[in-house]
Design a protein around this ligand. Structure first.
Ligand code: ZN
Length: 206
């Protein structure tokens, strides 16, 4: 192996990549070095990756690093979000569900997201609702999903866990890109708040 290859391997070892990321240099490096390597017909990962040992990654699921001594209090949930996913073939179903929700429930209704936004990887809209509404809204969404994929997640002090591990899904699940979500920092609200903004005008069907 050439010295140049060894340099690449050293530069791109996992430890080294961590250092680069920490220094904010990885983006600049990726823009120049990796592109340059590929132009030169070389792997940007060096030629030693086959030797890397398989190490156990750190668990990111809450309560699994060591087994918890007691369950988490359900009262840590302060509110809920429902995220309704759609695409170019199902947007009319989403529009109808959006209208039905706004007519019937006092909730925090967000904007249309016609592109992936935040951790959501397809177009979506969302509404936030209170713990007290859960026992009506879950069965209502089960019967009125129109086949759409719906994520229902609680709002606790752990947004990553809320989106990845504390979820309820209607019909099926889809990927949620929430691994980088962080707990709120000092000075930020500990838990996401919801502020209802709809004016219901239709009596809920029973
Ligand atoms: Zn949400």
């Amino acid at each position: 192996m050439s010295n140049e290859d060894q340099e690449w391997a050293d530069l791109l070892s996992p430890t080294r990549r961590g250092l680069l990321r920490g220094g904010g240099l990885l983006a600049a490096f990726a823009a120049s070095g990796i592109a340059a390597a590929q132009t030169a017909g070389k792997s940007p990962w060096g030629y030693e990756t086959y030797k890397e040992a398989t190490t156990q990654p750190r668990s990111v699921r809450p309560g699994e690093q060591t087994l918890p001594t007691r369950p988490r209090a359900y009262t840590d949930i302060k509110s809920y979000h429902a995220h309704i996913y759609f695409d170019e073939d199902t947007f009319q179903k989403a529009a109808l569900l959006h209208k039905w929700v706004a007519e019937r429930f006092e909730v925090e209704l967000g904007n249309w997201n016609l592109e992936p936004r935040g951790p959501h990887v397809t177009p979506s809209f969302y509404f936030g609702f209170s713990n007290e509404q859960l026992q009506v809204i879950v069965p209502w969404l089960q019967l009125n999903s129109l086949g759409l994929t719906i994520l229902i997640h609680p709002n606790t002090d752990d947004p990553r866990a809320d989106h990845l591990y504390y979820t309820l899904w209607v019909n099926r699940s889809q990927p949620v890109n929430a691994y980088a979500m962080k707990k709120p920092g000092p000075g930020e609200p500990a838990v996401e708040q919801i502020y209802p903004n709809t004016r219901p005008s239709v009596q809920l069907e029973t």
